[in-house]
Design a protein around this ligand. Structure first.
Ligand code: NAD
Length: 451
């Protein structure tokens, strides 16, 4: 059996060794999930709701340990990891309503009665990335289970530890043994095995656009259902009438949060030209004040990057670009990178076009609203975006014109459990979270009864 080393990005040391799943393990997981799913999908909806609530409570009870594990494995500041675990518990709680509220409809027809049902797929395969490991897994696991499915989850091989804990927690909370399985290992072959498996009828994927394309292509051959949450290169539009200080201070979370390893990072900030000088002065303050260091320190705002490879990738983009200023980062072992501001930089510079997935922001001037919207939309991605202005009508007009799925006015917020989340264009296919997420884990069935 092969084992993978799981590293601690703040030190570069080994945090754990985890066995990698073989094809037989994946088969076994699918078989166990299918067996348990038959019972689960027929269980009293009230019971399924209670189990979802019990999982939420169990996650809450272990939230501190889970947060520390996530913080060490991802390099995420402990305060953020605590917020993430609270979100995980809320997601299970939110979807506890699903088993009793997955309502079909009755449709007036002639000659009989007609009704619809939202049927679970059976077993679904979920594949998730390393940046918010348990949060992103839960956005899929909770609605999939609540809708009556069995689940096989393949977390990123870099960050599998909290998912493995969740596998234990859900059984202790009363979920049938075998209904939720975690298989660990690299995308190729372990993720591939899920995509290829004939008894997995739906794949929920979050990760890079490149891998999402591969999965969509392979799923297409089998007409397997997919939901894809992919990369981004999101824009913030900052108008001269905005609270410039708030827009700049918010970048601490809006682009440097999780060391920029956030699919919704506003990594292109367009600023109305008359406000540029003042805005940059505030951004300089924000960048210089960022507390970069030990993820377990309560005061840390930004930890390291996930890996040496990621650090080299970020450094290579920055080495070709004009750095206006950068913050500090610890020396020594660990995959550290300072918060970095690029300016002036052309829209078609690789640093302004590609998803860097690091604490790097491009600041670009604009002269008119139309120009700003056109340039913000001039990207293959379409995940998130922000509009900073005190002119409410303008902000709404631009929000409607921006080609992105998750927009915020005077805020960098992107994700809430009770609102839909997902991307336009190359940023994805389908939506997660919000009231309709369970529908993505069901097939719609129509039944006609002759009377
Ligand atoms: P990645 O695409 O390399 O990997 C994601 C997952 O897919 C991992 O579990 C990986 O093992 C697996 N995988 C890799 N190759 C595979 C294959 N051929 N078949 C099946 N599975 C495969 O992404 P990453 O580097 O882990 O995460 C970073 C990317 O994720 C960024 O592009 C980021 O924007 C994106 N992301 C998107 C969202 C969103 O909700 N839109 C959220 C977080 C991250």
């Amino acid at each position: 059996m092969m084992k993978g080393q799981v590293l601690e990005p703040a030190t570069g040391g080994v945090l754990a060794e985890v066995p990698w799943a073989t094809a037989a393990d994946v088969d076994d997981a699918v078989r166990r999930a299918a067996l348990a799913q038959r019972e689960w999908s027929r269980a009293d909806p009230a019971h399924r709701a209670e189990v979802m609530i019990a999982i939420a409570e169990a996650v809450r009870a272990e939230a501190e340990e889970l947060a520390r594990l996530e913080a060490r494995n991802v390099g995420m500041p402990i305060a953020d990891a605590r917020g993430a675990m609270a979100g995980v518990a809320s997601t299970f709680r939110y979807y506890s309503a699903t088993p009793e509220r997955l309502l079909g409809s009755t449709i007036p027809v002639s000659g009989g009665l007609d009704m619809t049902f939202h049927e679970p797929f059976g077993v679904v395969g979920l594949i998730t990335p390393w940046n918010y490991p348990l949060s992103i897994a839960t956005w899929k696991v909770a609605p999939a289970l609540a809708a009556g499915n069995g689940v096989v989850l393949k977390p990123s091989e870099l960050t599998p530890l909290t998912a493995l804990e969740l596998q234990r927690i859900v059984v202790e909370a009363g979920l049938p043994e075998g209904l939720f399985n975690v298989v660990v290992g690299p995308g190729d072959p372990v993720g591939q095995m899920l995509v290829d498996h004939p008894d997995i009828r739906k794949v929920g994927f979050t990760g890079s656009t490149a891998v999402g394309r591969t999965i969509a292509r392979q799923a297409g051959d089998r007409l397997k259902r997919v939901t894809l949450e992919l990369g981004g290169k999101s824009a913030a539009l900052v108008f001269a009438d905005a609270d410039l200080q708030a827009a700049a201070a918010g970048l601490a979370g809006g682009v440097f949060g999780n060391s920029g390893q956030d699919c919704c990072a506003r990594s292109r900030v367009f600023v109305e030209r008359p406000a540029m000088e003042e805005f940059l002065a505030y951004v300089k303050e924000t960048t210089a004040a960022m507390r970069v260091g030990d993820p377990l320190d309560e005061n840390t705002q930004m930890g390291p990057l996930i890996s040496q490879r990621q650090r080299e990738r970020v450094a290579s983009y920055v080495s070709q670009a004009p750095v206006l200023f950068e913050g500090s980062a610890p020396d020594g072992p660990g995959f550290w990178y300072p918060p970095t501001v690029l300016h002036p930089v052309d829209d078609d510079h690789p640093a302004a076009r590609d998803e860097i997935f690091g604490p790097v922001v491009c600041v670009l001037p604009f002269d008119s609203e139309d120009e700003a919207v056109r340039r913000a939309n001039d990207t293959s991605y379409g995940l998130a975006g922000s509009i900073w202005s005190h002119d409410g009508a303008r902000a709404l007009r631009i929000a409607r014109a921006m080609e992105a799925g998750a927009l915020a006015v005077n805020s960098y917020s992107s994700v809430r459990v009770n609102t839909p989340f997902g991307g336009f264009k190359d940023s994805g296919l389908g939506r997660e979270l919000g009231p309709d997420a369970p529908l993505a884990y069901t097939e719609l069935k129509n039944v006609f009864v002759k009377t």
